[in-house]
Write a protein that binds this ligand. Structure first.
Ligand SMILES: C[S@@+](CC[C@H](N)C(=O)[O-])C[C@H]1O[C@@H](n2cnc3c(N)ncnc32)[C@H](O)[C@@H]1O
Length: 279
């Protein structure tokens, strides 16, 4: 007797089964995709309650990255409170639009989620989404179209293909520089699950020998682009401790925050004051 004739040979988690079923794909149909992540099979991923398109040109957004957006949002909310207080006091001055840039936007989940929150709070902003990869930027643009119909009410959004900040004007005008750059140490790439190393773009993962190649470059460049009061928000590898990050960024105070799994995952960098330089 043959039982489970249509059972697929791949062991799917209940998340993966539900993900496929929501997209109208039966888990029994996916053998031909090998170990391909279900998000590439459906071309969709959910991030902070919104559906984004993904393709093999972009990293599949991780749950930790939702926490990065939430951290930045806590910070931005304080600014929203300032605006509300200014309104309440009927002060005539308007806050300048917030200037934000996301480096390595991939599918755009970080930048576009922040854009959505800023729109809800009616905060004026200018946001630039960048990536080295042209195909990744195309996915981010598609998501902007799908989520916002290419229109914002309170903000302005632009896309730029660039290696880190190379094509961005060197004026100290950013309030926030945000980046989830490739940070996996090269030696660890081979140890990743085949669903990651065989399908996700290497350029989105490989952070060089210690995982810090691009993060170091960015931290050296960023002081020419950040306002004195500006902040850099980074996602980092769990081996990137506070002291490791301090060694590569002499111009910045660094705070490392843990993710929901208790691992070092986020770094917030602020420019050192002159007083700090002297000590
Ligand atoms: C870890 S993925 C992050 C994607 C997305 N921001 C997210 O959180 O899901 C890193 C992204 O950085 C881009 N990237 C790699 N090297 C870069 C560079 N030198 N300058 C700008 N972007 C780069 C990759 O193409 C990729 O889209």
């Amino acid at each position: 007797m043959i039982i489970n004739q249509h059972q697929n040979s791949r062991d799917l988690s209940s998340y993966e089964k539900n993900h496929l079923l929501r997209a109208g794909i039966s888990p029994t149909e996916i053998d031909r995709y090998g170990e391909m992540p279900v998000e590439y099979i459906t071309g969709k991923v959910e991030f902070l309650g919104k559906e984004f398109s993904v393709s093999p040109a972009v990293l599949i957004p991780r749950v930790e990255t939702e926490e990065l957006v939430e951290l930045i949002w806590q910070d931005l909310s304080n600014r929203a409170d300032q605006v509300n207080q200014a309104d309440l006091a009927k002060q005539s001055h308007q806050l300048e639009p917030l200037q934000l840039i996301e480096i390595g936007t991939g599918s755009g989940v970080i930048g576009l989620s922040l854009a959505s929150l800023l729109e809800q709070q009616q905060l004026a902003f200018q946001l630039t989404l960048t990536d080295l990869s042209h195909s990744a930027l195309e996915v981010a643009k598609l998501n902007f179209q799908n989520l916002f119909d290419n229109q914002l009410n309170h903000g302005q959004l632009s896309f730029k293909q660039t290696d880190l900040l190379a094509e961005i004007d060197r004026v100290n005008n950013f309030d926030y520089i945000i980046a989830n750059l490739p940070y996996v140490p090269t030696t660890r790439l081979n140890q990743l699950d085949s669903s990651v190393k065989d399908f996700e773009p290497l350029k989105a993962l490989d952070g060089g020998e210690t995982g810090l190649r691009l993060i170091t470059q960015l931290l050296h460049l960023a002081k020419h682009y950040l306002k004195k009061t500006g902040k850099i928000y980074l996602e980092v590898d769990d081996t990137h401790t506070q002291s490791v990050l301090e060694q590569i960024s002499p111009d910045f105070e660094i705070k490392v925050k843990l993710d929901q799994f208790g691992k070092n995952r986020f770094a917030i960098a602020t420019l050192k004051t002159k007083k700090t330089w002297l000590t």
